[in-house]
Write a protein that binds this ligand. Structure first.
Ligand code: KIV
Length: 275
């Protein structure tokens, strides 16, 4: 069944966990969608796991639209959320609405996500006013890596925790349909989840969020540059892929691939005329 922002709301009301993963290309999105996931985020983590940057800051609107188009072409049921890249919404409310609109018009996403709390509520209100669903994102927001001084767990002090609770309430008031909580203590995520009526989607935020999201390359062990503490390996695709690549190289080198079964025939009479 097609997932919508209404089905996200209903899941929270019914106490059903929501599932999300990231995806960046057609084949992977099709596989994930076929498994019954609720939502797919075309994350700006694209910059790190697909493009090899050390953070997400260099990702452009064009990068995001290109990959979001591929994902929406693949998804029959999952709610597809396009991640607004650094400087596509921070610069002004006008830029935020214009760029959010590009995700819908040009890439066929259903919703957009942006990072920040009270500081981006004007943008959230304006995007929602333009009839575009918005997912918030609080905590270890990777676009703030330089302000945080690295990828560090957020909300550990009393003041920082209170600020995050306040930000979550403000994002809900601004009209967001859900909030990603990333890299914050599990008990704080639980408190936020209890105090707002829109679903929280956790990543490194413990088990009490209304749903969970992971970067798909992390959870199937395809990305080896680093492994955050919150990532569990659900399958060893990286190992399987390497096995396949190595066997291919060996078989081509020794001449056992391609065999007859992987080759095309030509009529003998025609062939003889070619000599
Ligand atoms: O870019 C991304 O993949 C994200 C998720 C980790 C939530 O923002």
């Amino acid at each position: 069944m097609k997932k919508t922002i209404q089905s996200f709301k209903k899941a929270k009301q019914n106490g059903e966990k929501l599932t999300m993963l990231t995806a960046y290309d057609y084949s992977t999105a099709k596989l994930i969608d076929s498994c019954g996931i609720d939502g797919i985020l075309v994350g700006d983590s694209l910059g790190m796991v697909c493009l090899g940057y050390e953070d997400t800051l260099s990702v452009t609107m064009e990068d995001m639209l290109h990959h979001t188009r591929a994902v929406t072409r693949a998804c029959k049921n999952a709610l597809v959320v396009g991640d607004m890249p650094f400087m596509s919404y921070q610069t002004s409310v006008y830029d935020a609405v214009k760029n959010a609109g590009r995700f819908i018009k040009e890439a066929k996403a259903t919703a957009v996500k942006l990072e920040g709390g009270a500081n981006v509520c004007d943008q959230i209100k304006a995007i929602v006013n333009a009839q575009i669903p918005v997912m918030g994102h609080l905590g270890l927001t990777p676009q703030s890596v330089n302000m945080f001084g690295g990828f560090k767990v957020q909300g550990k002090s009393e003041q920082a925790a209170k600020q995050l609770i306040n930000d979550a309430k403000k994002i809900e008031e601004a009209g967001a349909f859900a909030i990603v909580l990333e890299g914050i203590p599990a008990k704080l995520a639980e408190l936020i989840t209890e105090q707002i009526s829109i679903p929280t989607i956790g990543i490194g935020a413990g088990p009490c969020c209304d749903g969970q999201i992971l970067v798909y390359q992390d959870m199937i062990n395809m990305f080896s540059d680093f492994k955050p503490k919150f990532v569990k390996t659900f399958a060893n695709a990286g190992k399987e892929m390497k096995k396949g690549f190595k066997t291919y190289i060996e078989e081509v080198k020794e001449g056992s691939f391609p065999s007859k079964e992987h080759s095309f025939n030509i009529n003998e009479e025609i062939l003889n005329k070619l000599y």
